[in-house]
Design a protein around this ligand. Sequence first.
Ligand SMILES: NC(=O)c1ccc[n+]([C@@H]2O[C@H](COP(=O)([O-])OP(=O)(O)OC[C@H]3O[C@@H](n4cnc5c(N)ncnc54)[C@H](OP(=O)(O)O)[C@@H]3O)[C@@H](O)[C@H]2O)c1
Length: 299
Amino acid sequence: MNFLISGGTGFIGSALCTYLLRSNHKIVLKTRHPELVSGNMTGVNHLSDLGADDTFDVVINLTGEPIANKRWSEKQKEKIIQSRLDTTEDLIAFFKGAKKKPDLFISGSAIGFYGVHSTPGSENDAIGEDGLGDDSFSSRLCQQWEDVAQQSESLGIRTCLLRTGIVLGKKGGALSKMILPFKMGLGGKIGFGSQWMSWIHLDDLIGIIDYCIKQPNLSGPVNGTSPNPVTNAEFTTTLGKAVRRPTIFPMPAFVVKLLMGEMGEELLLAGKRVLPIKIQKAGFKFKYERLDTALLDIL
Ligand SMILES: NC(=O)c1ccc[n+]([C@@H]2O[C@H](COP(=O)([O-])OP(=O)(O)OC[C@H]3O[C@@H](n4cnc5c(N)ncnc54)[C@H](OP(=O)(O)O)[C@@H]3O)[C@@H](O)[C@H]2O)c1
């Protein structure tokens, strides 16, 4: 199959490309640095650089300024929003002009969609794909991002919105940011530790993307999280055990707020128990259902 992937150079995208190349798929990357693309892939900076013969079966959109790299100043928030909206709008314009439209568009989103005030979904306090958003920054970001992406549906393109949780993998992602203090024995829970962390192993997220490609009945929002979210306290203990270090240094909520402001409040202190209801109903089987086995594999 022919793939067009934006953000394919990133943490999730590069693992996805490695996976797809094993099955000899053809990949074009939309990237700010096409000169760095090598191997069996080609890169374009702008979609207008593509020729009339460049047609794609599947388009995957993973572009975005990292959400947790810098404090959320107004300027940084704008960068986070525009990096996603600009690329998604470009993709929609490309679809409109394409002679042959792709069969499937998978567009990135995040469980941030569900906001900071967890809205109960289909199962007890858990949030399924029917959960609602709120007016927090991360929720509004995902709502705007999904609104643009969804325009592909009216063009007759099957569209999946991948509401991704905290992705755990070997190189990069959330784990690489938190692992050092844990390895030094300086790790600990954040705030009261009762906030939920809806995590997923990178291999399973790639598996979900692959499942969306292979199951023509899947469309709309798809939660990319493991079936067993944990509280921050449980995450802390499990990570401590995985690196064989004590986890006795909690980070009080006021320190998080002081150091990271709104970003810390939304990403670290306000958790959500998000479940992968749609993909499990469709028959997807997770490789890593439990955090301890996922961390054992990664670390
Ligand atoms: N990792 C997670 O735990 C997680 C969780 C929830 C949602 N997500 C979402 O899933 C998508 C992929 O995640 P990821 O962790 O793989 O992302 P990533 O590695 O941080 O970045 C993905 C790509 O986005 C492009 N990019 C970065 N900053 C940009 C900017 N300012 N303007 C334009 N393009 C920019 C880069 O591609 P080029 O340099 O090639 O242009 C980069 O390789 C993101 O949109 C992210 O929000 C990730």
